[in-house]
Design a protein around this ligand. Structure first.
Ligand code: SF4
Length: 331
């Protein structure tokens, strides 16, 4: 990860569980990372790895019950969001931290005009609460995301999927958040407009110096948008480092499997490679390394205790006790 003194966001030993009946789903198991101002961290991994739970914990929208942050810290400029009173979180949500969800339809109110939906968020977080000013800001945001002001009074059903996602992005950015959490922001979109929407997010992010956590399955998106990458598997970060570390020097067998034999920063590569086998049952995780049931290099040592993170080079860490596997394979 990038090393500077200013840690805008620090997540330390985050543990998230969901209680379903008598079972405990271990969704996030001691995740730690940090993010600098203006930087983008990509969270990659298979569906169900815990990426969305990490993002929801940061913005404080894990439903409770059944979702619960069991332990850890989420420090935003040193202030722990997990112990912040709900009235503070109401201010922080939308104003300092926004989230773009995967499906634009679930994020929009079907019976409210799109302009009013943007203006409502602006008014909620403005000191004056002035509705005229909120409308002006909403019109500016529409323009920024490439929607003409004449469409202010249209309803969501009058927009295509791509245009709806633009509205969602306008809402997320309306209060100029310092941190944007984007959960597969282009998955629901037609491939032809995915690039356009990502470019727009990048432009707005640069203009407003927004930090971002980007959850994606798309390695092309990681290559284009991210500074750092964390690979999440069964609720743990198993490797993290700069984008260059992960693309050019992947160390964990899982990262190798996901990234496949990619040419450096391959822009043509889209989806993560499928890996034989299934992710472990989060209600019954294996002893030792969570990846051991699928790992071709697993030894008895891998199935003993917790596997610590090893720092390979400054900022590049990997959770594997058998890091000689790659040399052996290549030899
Ligand atoms: Fe494979 Fe063992 Fe490394 Fe886990 S710790 S990834 S099982 S070699």
């Amino acid at each position: 990860m990038s090393q500077t003194n200013e840690k805008f966001l620090e997540v330390n030993n985050l543990v998230v569980e969901y209680i379903t009946g008598k079972q405990v789903v271990h969704a996030v198991n001691g995740v730690s990372f940090s993010l600098d101002k203006g930087h983008t961290l990509g969270l990659v991994g298979e569906t169900g790895a815990g990426k969305t739970s990490i993002a929801k914990s940061i913005i404080g929208v894990l439903s409770d019950p059944p979702g619960k942050v069991r332990s850890g810290e989420i420090l935003l400029e040193g202030k722990d969001l997990l112990t912040a009173p709900e009235e503070d979180m109401l201010q922080i949500r939308g104003k300092r931290i926004s989230m773009i969800f995967q499906d634009p339809m679930t994020a929009l109110n079907p019976v409210m005009t799109i302009g009013d939906q943007i203006a409502e968020v602006v008014a909620l977080h403005s000191e004056s609460g002035n509705t005229h000013e909120a409308k002006e800001t909403a019109l500016e945001m529409l323009k920024m995301v490439g929607i003409t002001p004449e469409r202010y009074d249209d309803f969501p059903h009058q927009f295509s999927g791509g245009m709806k996602q633009r509205v969602v992005i306008a809402i997320a950015l309306a209060c100029n958040p310092e941190l944007l959490l984007a959960d597969e922001p282009t998955t629901a979109l037609d491939v032809t407009i995915q690039a356009q929407v990502l470019e727009m997010i990048n432009d707005l992010k640069e203009k407003l110096n927004t930090s971002m956590i980007l959850i994606t399955h798309d390695l092309g998106v990681v290559a284009e948008m991210c500074d750092d990458v964390a690979v999440v598997y069964a609720g743990e970060i198993i490797e993290q480092g700069s984008k260059e570390d992960l693309f050019d020097h992947p160390a964990h067998p899982y990262t190798h499997g996901l990234f496949g034999s990619l040419p450096s920063m391959a822009k043509g590569q889209k989806r993560l490679h499928p890996i034989p086998g299934l992710t472990p049952d989060p209600t019954d995780l294996p002893k030792g390394c969570n990846f051991s049931p699928r790992c071709p290099y697993a030894t008895d040592a891998c199935r003993q205790g917790d596997i610590p993170l090893t720092e390979l080079t400054p900022g590049h860490t990997c959770r594997c006790c058998n890091l000689g596997h790659l040399e052996k394979k290549e030899g």
